[in-house]
Design a protein around this ligand. Sequence first.
Ligand code: NAD
Length: 299
Amino acid sequence: MKIGFIGLGLMGQPMAGHLLKAGYELFVHDVVDAAKQAIVDQGGVAVEHNQAVAETADIVITMVPDTPDVEAAMFSENGVAAGLSPGKIVVDMSSISPTATASFAQRIETLGCSYLDAPVSGGPFGAINAALTIMVGGPREAFDQVLPVFEVMGKTVTLIGTRNGDGQVAKVANQIIVGITVEAVAEALLFASKAGADPEIVREALMGGAANSIILENHGGRMLARNFEPGFRAELQQKDLNLAMQSARELGLYLPAASAAHDMYNATRANGMDKDDHISVLRVLESMANHQTTDGTKS
Ligand code: NAD
Protein backbone atom coordinates (compact mmCIF):
# COMPACT_ATOMS: atom_id res chain seq x y z
CA MET A 1 0.00 0.00 0.00
CA LYS A 2 1.40 3.40 -1.02
CA ILE A 3 0.64 6.26 1.32
CA GLY A 4 0.94 9.97 0.63
CA PHE A 5 1.54 12.46 3.46
CA ILE A 6 1.10 16.21 3.04
CA GLY A 7 2.13 18.58 5.86
CA LEU A 8 5.21 17.53 7.80
CA GLY A 9 5.08 19.92 10.74
CA LEU A 10 5.12 19.29 14.49
CA MET A 11 2.46 16.58 14.16
CA GLY A 12 2.93 15.32 10.59
CA GLN A 13 6.63 14.64 10.97
CA PRO A 14 6.39 11.94 13.67
CA MET A 15 3.12 10.52 12.25
CA ALA A 16 4.74 10.02 8.83
CA GLY A 17 7.80 8.52 10.54
CA HIS A 18 5.63 5.80 12.13
CA LEU A 19 4.16 4.89 8.72
CA LEU A 20 7.66 4.41 7.33
CA LYS A 21 8.70 2.28 10.30
CA ALA A 22 5.58 0.15 9.77
CA GLY A 23 6.82 -0.63 6.24
CA TYR A 24 4.51 1.53 4.10
CA GLU A 25 5.91 3.13 0.95
CA LEU A 26 5.60 6.85 1.71
CA PHE A 27 5.39 9.82 -0.71
CA VAL A 28 5.49 13.24 0.92
CA HIS A 29 5.15 16.94 0.22
CA ASP A 30 5.37 20.10 2.31
CA VAL A 31 5.52 23.69 1.09
CA VAL A 32 8.64 24.02 3.28
CA ASP A 33 11.46 22.02 1.68
CA ALA A 34 13.36 21.51 4.95
CA ALA A 35 10.32 19.74 6.44
CA LYS A 36 10.62 16.98 3.81
CA GLN A 37 14.28 16.23 4.41
CA ALA A 38 13.87 14.41 7.74
CA ILE A 39 11.37 12.00 6.13
CA VAL A 40 13.60 11.48 3.08
CA ASP A 41 16.44 10.64 5.49
CA GLN A 42 14.21 7.89 6.95
CA GLY A 43 13.43 6.38 3.51
CA GLY A 44 10.42 8.41 2.33
CA VAL A 45 10.16 9.86 -1.18
CA ALA A 46 9.69 13.63 -1.54
CA VAL A 47 7.69 14.71 -4.59
CA GLU A 48 7.38 18.18 -6.11
CA HIS A 49 3.75 19.00 -5.31
CA ASN A 50 0.54 17.67 -3.77
CA GLN A 51 -0.78 16.53 -7.16
CA ALA A 52 2.21 14.17 -7.49
CA VAL A 53 1.45 12.76 -4.02
CA ALA A 54 -2.11 11.94 -5.13
CA GLU A 55 -0.93 10.48 -8.46
CA THR A 56 1.37 8.05 -6.64
CA ALA A 57 -0.41 7.06 -3.43
CA ASP A 58 -3.48 4.91 -2.74
CA ILE A 59 -4.27 6.80 0.47
CA VAL A 60 -3.50 10.54 0.69
CA ILE A 61 -3.21 12.05 4.18
CA THR A 62 -3.19 15.81 4.85
CA MET A 63 -1.98 17.34 8.16
CA VAL A 64 -1.87 21.11 7.62
CA PRO A 65 -2.85 23.98 9.96
CA ASP A 66 -6.28 25.39 9.03
CA THR A 67 -9.33 25.17 6.72
CA PRO A 68 -7.85 27.43 3.97
CA ASP A 69 -4.64 25.33 4.03
CA VAL A 70 -6.62 22.12 3.45
CA GLU A 71 -8.55 23.81 0.64
CA ALA A 72 -5.26 24.94 -0.96
CA ALA A 73 -3.64 21.51 -0.54
CA MET A 74 -6.65 19.80 -2.13
CA PHE A 75 -7.95 22.15 -4.80
CA SER A 76 -5.30 24.68 -5.83
CA GLU A 77 -3.20 24.25 -8.99
CA ASN A 78 -1.12 21.07 -8.62
CA GLY A 79 -3.31 20.10 -5.67
CA VAL A 80 -4.47 16.65 -4.53
CA ALA A 81 -7.71 16.73 -6.59
CA ALA A 82 -5.73 17.17 -9.81
CA GLY A 83 -3.80 13.95 -9.17
CA LEU A 84 -6.58 11.64 -7.96
CA SER A 85 -8.04 8.71 -9.87
CA PRO A 86 -11.13 6.65 -8.88
CA GLY A 87 -10.82 4.33 -5.88
CA LYS A 88 -8.30 6.39 -3.91
CA ILE A 89 -8.98 7.58 -0.36
CA VAL A 90 -8.28 11.11 0.91
CA VAL A 91 -7.86 11.43 4.68
CA ASP A 92 -7.69 14.89 6.24
CA MET A 93 -6.19 14.67 9.74
CA SER A 94 -5.98 18.46 10.26
CA SER A 95 -8.42 20.14 12.69
CA ILE A 96 -10.71 22.23 10.51
CA SER A 97 -14.30 23.37 9.97
CA PRO A 98 -16.90 20.55 10.00
CA THR A 99 -19.00 22.40 7.39
CA ALA A 100 -16.11 23.03 5.00
CA THR A 101 -15.15 19.35 5.48
CA ALA A 102 -18.54 18.21 4.17
CA SER A 103 -18.09 20.34 1.06
CA PHE A 104 -14.46 19.20 0.47
CA ALA A 105 -15.67 15.57 0.77
CA GLN A 106 -18.41 16.14 -1.79
CA ARG A 107 -15.90 17.57 -4.28
CA ILE A 108 -13.52 14.62 -3.76
CA GLU A 109 -16.37 12.08 -4.11
CA THR A 110 -17.32 13.49 -7.53
CA LEU A 111 -13.85 12.25 -8.64
CA GLY A 112 -14.77 8.66 -7.68
CA CYS A 113 -12.74 8.76 -4.45
CA SER A 114 -13.65 8.46 -0.75
CA TYR A 115 -12.98 11.08 1.92
CA LEU A 116 -12.44 10.67 5.65
CA ASP A 117 -12.00 13.48 8.17
CA ALA A 118 -9.78 12.15 10.95
CA PRO A 119 -8.54 14.90 13.28
CA VAL A 120 -6.43 13.90 16.27
CA SER A 121 -5.86 14.70 19.92
CA GLY A 122 -2.71 14.05 21.95
CA GLY A 123 -0.30 16.69 20.67
CA PRO A 124 3.31 16.14 19.60
CA PHE A 125 3.81 13.78 22.58
CA GLY A 126 0.97 11.54 21.37
CA ALA A 127 2.25 11.77 17.79
CA ILE A 128 5.81 10.80 18.77
CA ASN A 129 4.55 7.88 20.86
CA ALA A 130 1.99 6.69 18.28
CA ALA A 131 -0.64 7.22 20.96
CA LEU A 132 -2.99 9.68 19.27
CA THR A 133 -6.75 9.69 19.70
CA ILE A 134 -8.20 9.69 16.17
CA MET A 135 -11.80 10.81 15.57
CA VAL A 136 -13.13 9.79 12.17
CA GLY A 137 -16.07 10.85 10.02
CA GLY A 138 -16.98 9.28 6.67
CA PRO A 139 -18.04 6.04 4.96
CA ARG A 140 -17.50 2.86 7.00
CA GLU A 141 -15.98 1.01 4.04
CA ALA A 142 -13.22 3.63 3.66
CA PHE A 143 -12.76 3.66 7.46
CA ASP A 144 -12.26 -0.12 7.50
CA GLN A 145 -9.62 0.15 4.75
CA VAL A 146 -7.69 2.93 6.50
CA LEU A 147 -8.02 1.52 10.06
CA PRO A 148 -4.66 -0.39 9.98
CA VAL A 149 -2.96 2.87 8.93
CA PHE A 150 -4.67 4.81 11.74
CA GLU A 151 -3.58 2.11 14.22
CA VAL A 152 0.07 2.76 13.32
CA MET A 153 -0.30 6.39 14.47
CA GLY A 154 -2.89 6.21 17.23
CA LYS A 155 -4.15 4.21 20.21
CA THR A 156 -7.82 5.14 20.25
CA VAL A 157 -9.45 5.17 16.83
CA THR A 158 -13.22 5.82 16.69
CA LEU A 159 -15.60 6.09 13.76
CA ILE A 160 -17.68 8.92 15.23
CA GLY A 161 -20.22 8.75 12.39
CA THR A 162 -20.57 8.05 8.71
CA ARG A 163 -21.23 11.70 7.74
CA ASN A 164 -18.16 13.66 6.65
CA GLY A 165 -17.55 16.29 9.32
CA ASP A 166 -18.50 14.00 12.24
CA GLY A 167 -14.80 13.56 13.15
CA GLN A 168 -14.30 17.33 13.07
CA VAL A 169 -17.36 17.84 15.30
CA ALA A 170 -15.78 15.50 17.90
CA LYS A 171 -12.50 17.42 17.62
CA VAL A 172 -14.23 20.78 18.19
CA ALA A 173 -15.90 19.25 21.28
CA ASN A 174 -12.44 18.09 22.42
CA GLN A 175 -11.04 21.59 21.97
CA ILE A 176 -13.89 23.18 23.93
CA ILE A 177 -12.80 21.03 26.89
CA VAL A 178 -9.05 21.53 26.35
CA GLY A 179 -9.29 25.29 25.68
CA ILE A 180 -11.43 25.98 28.76
CA THR A 181 -9.35 23.66 30.99
CA VAL A 182 -6.01 25.23 30.04
CA GLU A 183 -7.51 28.62 30.88
CA ALA A 184 -8.93 27.23 34.16
CA VAL A 185 -5.55 25.81 35.20
CA ALA A 186 -3.82 29.12 34.37
CA GLU A 187 -6.38 31.04 36.46
CA ALA A 188 -6.09 28.60 39.38
CA LEU A 189 -2.28 28.71 39.50
CA LEU A 190 -2.22 32.50 39.19
CA PHE A 191 -4.86 32.77 41.94
CA ALA A 192 -2.89 30.45 44.25
CA SER A 193 0.28 32.43 43.73
CA LYS A 194 -1.39 35.84 44.21
CA ALA A 195 -3.12 34.58 47.34
CA GLY A 196 0.28 33.79 48.81
CA ALA A 197 0.52 29.99 48.39
CA ASP A 198 3.26 28.16 46.51
CA PRO A 199 1.63 27.21 43.16
CA GLU A 200 3.97 24.19 42.80
CA ILE A 201 2.69 22.72 46.08
CA VAL A 202 -0.92 23.64 45.23
CA ARG A 203 -0.64 21.85 41.86
CA GLU A 204 0.88 18.74 43.48
CA ALA A 205 -1.93 18.66 46.06
CA LEU A 206 -4.70 19.17 43.48
CA MET A 207 -3.31 16.36 41.33
CA GLY A 208 -4.47 13.96 44.06
CA GLY A 209 -8.05 15.22 44.00
CA ALA A 210 -11.12 15.85 41.87
CA ALA A 211 -9.47 18.71 39.94
CA ASN A 212 -6.78 16.48 38.47
CA SER A 213 -6.45 16.21 34.69
CA ILE A 214 -3.80 15.64 32.04
CA ILE A 215 -3.91 19.40 31.60
CA LEU A 216 -3.21 20.15 35.28
CA GLU A 217 -0.35 17.64 35.13
CA ASN A 218 1.27 18.43 31.76
CA HIS A 219 0.25 21.96 30.92
CA GLY A 220 0.23 23.09 34.57
CA GLY A 221 3.76 21.69 34.94
CA ARG A 222 4.93 23.61 31.89
CA MET A 223 3.25 26.80 33.14
CA LEU A 224 5.22 26.57 36.40
CA ALA A 225 8.44 25.73 34.52
CA ARG A 226 7.66 28.76 32.33
CA ASN A 227 8.18 26.67 29.21
CA PHE A 228 6.14 28.36 26.48
CA GLU A 229 7.75 26.50 23.53
CA PRO A 230 5.06 25.08 21.21
CA GLY A 231 3.70 22.18 21.44
CA PHE A 232 0.36 23.43 20.34
CA ARG A 233 0.54 27.02 19.17
CA ALA A 234 -1.88 29.52 20.74
CA GLU A 235 -2.99 30.53 17.21
CA LEU A 236 -4.12 26.92 16.57
CA GLN A 237 -6.16 26.85 19.80
CA GLN A 238 -7.63 30.24 18.82
CA LYS A 239 -8.54 28.70 15.43
CA ASP A 240 -10.19 25.68 17.10
CA LEU A 241 -12.32 27.78 19.47
CA ASN A 242 -13.17 30.00 16.52
CA LEU A 243 -14.60 26.84 14.89
CA ALA A 244 -16.59 26.23 18.09
CA MET A 245 -17.94 29.79 18.01
CA GLN A 246 -18.87 29.53 14.30
CA SER A 247 -20.68 26.24 14.91
CA ALA A 248 -22.44 27.68 17.96
CA ARG A 249 -23.69 30.58 15.83
CA GLU A 250 -24.89 28.20 13.09
CA LEU A 251 -26.69 26.03 15.66
CA GLY A 252 -28.01 28.94 17.76
CA LEU A 253 -26.16 27.64 20.82
CA TYR A 254 -24.99 29.57 23.89
CA LEU A 255 -21.48 28.42 24.94
CA PRO A 256 -20.37 31.09 27.44
CA ALA A 257 -17.25 29.40 28.85
CA ALA A 258 -15.94 28.50 25.37
CA SER A 259 -16.60 32.08 24.32
CA ALA A 260 -14.61 33.49 27.27
CA ALA A 261 -11.75 31.07 26.58
CA HIS A 262 -11.83 32.05 22.90
CA ASP A 263 -11.31 35.69 23.95
CA MET A 264 -8.26 34.66 25.99
CA TYR A 265 -6.63 32.96 22.97
CA ASN A 266 -7.48 36.07 20.90
CA ALA A 267 -5.58 38.01 23.55
CA THR A 268 -2.46 35.87 23.06
CA ARG A 269 -2.36 37.25 19.52
CA ALA A 270 -2.95 40.79 20.75
CA ASN A 271 0.04 40.28 23.07
CA GLY A 272 2.29 38.82 20.33
CA MET A 273 2.27 35.31 21.86
CA ASP A 274 0.25 33.48 19.19
CA LYS A 275 3.25 31.48 17.91
CA ASP A 276 4.04 30.31 21.47
CA ASP A 277 2.30 27.40 23.18
CA HIS A 278 -1.37 27.89 24.11
CA ILE A 279 -0.44 27.84 27.81
CA SER A 280 0.54 31.47 27.07
CA VAL A 281 -2.94 32.42 28.32
CA LEU A 282 -1.15 32.39 31.70
CA ARG A 283 1.04 35.28 30.57
CA VAL A 284 -2.03 37.18 29.32
CA LEU A 285 -3.60 36.81 32.78
CA GLU A 286 -0.32 37.87 34.41
CA SER A 287 -0.10 40.93 32.18
CA MET A 288 -3.46 41.98 33.64
CA ALA A 289 -2.23 41.29 37.18
CA ASN A 290 0.47 43.97 37.48
CA HIS A 291 2.93 42.00 35.35
CA GLN A 292 3.66 39.57 38.17
CA THR A 293 4.68 35.98 37.34
CA THR A 294 3.59 32.95 39.36
CA ASP A 295 7.06 32.79 40.96
CA GLY A 296 6.69 36.39 42.14
CA THR A 297 9.21 37.94 39.75
CA LYS A 298 8.40 40.56 37.11
CA SER A 299 7.53 39.07 33.69
P1 NAD B 1 2.49 22.86 11.83
O1 NAD B 1 2.26 24.27 11.43
O2 NAD B 1 3.64 22.51 12.70
O3 NAD B 1 2.59 21.92 10.51
C1 NAD B 1 1.80 22.10 9.36
C2 NAD B 1 2.65 21.81 8.13
O4 NAD B 1 1.83 21.90 6.96
C3 NAD B 1 3.81 22.82 7.93
O5 NAD B 1 5.03 22.12 7.79
C4 NAD B 1 3.41 23.57 6.66
O6 NAD B 1 4.53 23.99 5.88
C5 NAD B 1 2.59 22.51 5.93
N1 NAD B 1 1.65 23.05 4.92
C6 NAD B 1 0.78 24.08 5.04
N2 NAD B 1 0.06 24.23 3.91
C7 NAD B 1 0.48 23.26 3.05
C8 NAD B 1 0.12 22.91 1.73
N3 NAD B 1 -0.84 23.57 1.06
N4 NAD B 1 0.77 21.88 1.13
C9 NAD B 1 1.75 21.20 1.79
N5 NAD B 1 2.13 21.49 3.07
C10 NAD B 1 1.50 22.51 3.69
O7 NAD B 1 1.10 22.40 12.52
P2 NAD B 1 0.87 21.14 13.49
O8 NAD B 1 1.07 21.56 14.90
O9 NAD B 1 1.57 19.96 12.93
O10 NAD B 1 -0.73 20.96 13.33
C11 NAD B 1 -1.31 20.40 12.16
C12 NAD B 1 -2.81 20.22 12.41
O11 NAD B 1 -2.99 19.32 13.52
C13 NAD B 1 -3.56 21.50 12.76
O12 NAD B 1 -4.84 21.49 12.20
C14 NAD B 1 -3.64 21.45 14.29
O13 NAD B 1 -4.72 22.19 14.81
C15 NAD B 1 -3.79 19.96 14.51
N6 NAD B 1 -3.31 19.48 15.82
C16 NAD B 1 -2.14 19.95 16.34
C17 NAD B 1 -1.73 19.51 17.60
C18 NAD B 1 -0.46 20.03 18.26
O14 NAD B 1 -0.32 19.86 19.48
N7 NAD B 1 0.46 20.63 17.55
C19 NAD B 1 -2.51 18.58 18.30
C20 NAD B 1 -3.67 18.08 17.71
C21 NAD B 1 -4.07 18.54 16.47
